[in-house]
Design a protein around this ligand. Structure first.
Ligand code: GLU
Ligand code: ZN
Length: 278
């Protein structure tokens, strides 16, 4: 059975791009006679405002979607901690503490990856007290890839991909302010929730290389991915929570017809100035 999900982070209101993403995931599940899940990804440190989740639910309802909600990430912290401690550290020994600041990394990095500067490995091999409150944990990517061996994954739209987690270097898997980073939490949760088709925007395409690697290290099942096109503004930039003027909540409270909006997004009949692309 096909199981998809919409996994918004409550650090700002949802916008049209989120509506599109939720509709794509919802419709793929319905077409396959499967399940569509909602998971609130609320471990974004102080930027997470769990109270926004209620607005998200109203927005989805306004669009005419039906879903099953699974527990929010903030209720799953023990699971993240346990996987990191028992498997990534205990079994594989692939995490190391890092106390570098963003500015230090920006100043010392010589290469850039999909998410900005690639961490130059400064703390690898340093002996930092892992209990230091300002320590994050990074993955030793070279070691992890050697353990996992060559990997592939499949995107339903663009086909088989050769795994390239090396593009990112030693990414953070445990943030200093949370027991996981996005990459670790989302990988564990998609497995726990039985997701068979990870549906999300093409802006997260490259991140899948990391998730595929983590699945291998953690012994998790491997889903198929569906990275859909993004809604772009007049300048060809993806809509962002901060830039976009009208949130779904604004539109809803202004009395706009949510079902008509959902229909328009489904038919590709997009609002003025908005286009679909990658
Ligand atoms: N929570 C992430 C976000 O809102 C999306 C996670 C995902 O779909 O993998 O950007
Ligand atoms: Zn460091």
């Amino acid at each position: 059975m096909i199981v998809t999900r919409f996994a918004p982070s409550p650090n700002g209101m949802l916008h049209l791009g989120h509506a599109y993403s939720a509709i794509v995931a919802h419709d793929l599940a319905r077409e396959g006679g499967g399940r569509f899940l909602l998971r609130i990804e609320d471990i974004d440190g102080p930027r997470s405002k769990p109270e926004l989740a209620e607005a998200f639910r109203r927005d989805l309802q306004w669009l005419g979607l039906e879903w099953e909600e699974v527990p929010a990430q903030s209720t799953r912290l023990v699971r993240y901690e346990q996987a990191a401690r028992d498997v990534l550290i205990g079994q594989h020994g692939v995490l190391y503490p890092c106390t570098c600041t963003r500015a230090e990394i920006a100043a010392s990095a010589t290469q850039s990856g999909p998410d900005g500067p690639i961490y130059p490995g400064t703390c690898k091999g340093r002996s930092i007290d892992p209990n230091r409150p300002d320590a994050a944990f990074r993955i030793d990517m070279a070691k992890a890839m050697e353990i996992a061996g060559p990997l592939t994954w499949r995107d339903a739209l663009v086909g088989e991909q050769a795994g390239r987690p090396d593009l990112f270097g030693d990414v953070v898997l445990i943030r200093k302010d949370a027991p996981a980073s996005y990459h670790l939490a989302v990988t564990l949760d998609d497995a726990s929730d039985g997701i068979t088709l990870v549906t999300r925007g093409a802006d997260l395409f490259a991140a899948t290389h990391i998730h595929r690697l983590l699945q291998e290290l953690l012994g998790l099942p491997v889903p198929v991915w569906h990275h859909h096109d993004l809604l772009l503004d007049e300048s060809g930039q993806k809509l962002a929570k901060r830039r976009d003027s009208a949130s779904l909540q604004d539109r809803r409270l202004a009395g706009e017809d949510g079902l008509a909006l959902a229909k328009a997004l489904r038919s590709g009949n997009l609002p003025a100035g908005i286009s679909l692309g990658r």
